[in-house]
Design a protein around this ligand. Structure first.
Ligand SMILES: [Zn+2]
Ligand SMILES: [Zn+2]
Length: 387
């Protein structure tokens, strides 16, 4: 594909001043910036084309050669100045921006956030993740819970709005990298000159340095503080589970990205109910008279009390299943059951009268244990339980 004339690309006249060229390129760079035109191949090509044109026309000796010989002049010097031949890569383009937009943090202002590039270029600070524990009762786990928690963490310094500087004039464009946040190094290899880009060591890739620091945060842009955070815990969570709230961790200075808040779930043990996955287990003790004659009893459940019937002749070890009275699964409509495990309670102390009554019953044929075929074995009950 034939290259367009560099002056046409930027839309300036042949004799345009350096300032006009810069202004023209600024406009193009903003218009076709990839952050604004995501996935738009044509915009990307235009963006690259403009960068290449600017690279040549902004360098006096390259511009002179271009004026004299056109594109042909530059093709032969592809390994020389990082233009011509293969065009420019995105990192090169972004590292140019410092001198085009000038000032402390040029790009954030235009596009609401810098770019994170691998090798070099402007680097965005990231706050660290924060971990907290949240203790929940079984009832809260069953229904889901909203927890308001005061979290002690790094917050943006209000005095300097996170910039770390005393005021706007305290910013100075980094002298080492000229504000781009990246430094280029040219090394000679047998293949010719190689250019590498790395993060500027002076400003740590931020592109600017601070002359006088904010007196509250001492230049950090963040201070220790408290934030009241509302956490929506979904129903069905369990001990050891981790939830993550993006952006609710420690704040980052100078327009950076805050870390995440990691919430570790802890269960407060219930007084009478035990959790087994999504099921809830309750140990019910029934005395042998009730078990023999039958009765109805109240048992606790997560949703409050429930009445259950004990049939006459109920044997110890029987498991009653209360359908749907267990815990929900996270992000599902399925709910576990409550399993009521029946234990036969044998009295330990008796009055004389009670003793006399029982002595009359002792030896009666009906009181002789006689587990027939209808009685479920321990293994059968276990099998049923684990279904
Ligand atoms: Zn401050
Ligand atoms: Zn720098």
């Amino acid at each position: 594909m034939a290259k367009r004339d560099y002056y046409d690309v930027l839309g300036v006249a042949k004799g345009a001043s350096a300032d006009d060229i810069k202004k023209a390129y600024r406009k193009m760079a903003i218009k076709y910036h990839p952050d604004k035109n995501q996935g738009d191949k044509e915009a990307e090509e235009k963006f690259k084309e403009a960068a290449e044109a600017y690279e040549v026309l902004s360098t006096p000796e390259k511009r002179q050669r271009y004026d004299q010989f056109g594109h042909a002049a530059n093709a032969s010097s592809a390994n020389g100045g990082g233009y011509g031949g293969g065009g420019m890569n995105m990192d090169d383009i972004f590292s140019q921006f410092g001198d085009i937009f000038g000032g402390g943090s040029p790009f954030e202002g235009f596009f609401g956030g810098g770019r994170q590039s691998g090798g070099g270029g402007r680097r965005v600070a990231r706050g660290s993740n924060l971990r907290i524990k949240v203790r929940l009762t079984l009832e809260e786990i069953a229904n889901g819970a909203e927890k308001k928690i005061k979290v002690n963490k790094q917050i943006i310094c209000k005095t300097c709005d996170g910039s770390g500087a005393k005021d706007k004039s305290s910013f100075q464009t980094c002298k080492t990298c000229g504000g781009s946040g990246a430094v280029r190094r040219v090394t000679n290899t047998i293949l010719g000159q190689m250019q590498t880009t790395s993060t500027c060591p002076t400003c740590n890739g931020e592109g600017s340095t601070i002359l006088s620091k904010c007196t509250v945060c001492h230049g950090d842009g963040v201070v220790r503080g408290e934030e009241l955070i509302t956490i929506q815990v979904p129903a069905g969570v369990s001990e050891g589970m981790q939830l993550s709230m993006s952006g609710k961790g420690n704040a980052a200075p100078r327009g950076g990205v805050p870390g995440d808040l990691i919430i570790l779930i802890e269960e407060v043990p219930h007084e009478t109910l035990k959790r087994d996955g999504n099921n809830v287990i309750y140990d019910l003790h029934v005395n042998f008279v009730d078990a023999t004659l039958g009765t109805s009893v109240e048992v606790p459940t997560i949703d409050g009390k429930a009445k259950i019937k004990i049939d006459p002749g109920t044997q110890g070890g029987k498991i009653l299943r209360l359908k749907g009275k267990g815990l929900p699964e996270v992000n599902s409509y399925h709910r576990g059951d409550q399993l009521v495990h029946i234990n036969i309670w044998t009295p330990k102390a008796l009055s004389r009268e009670e003793r006399e009554i029982l002595e009359k019953l002792q030896g009666s044929p009906n009181f002789k244990p006689n587990p027939g075929k209808n009685e479920k074995s321990f293994f059968e009950r276990m099998k049923e339980y684990f279904e």
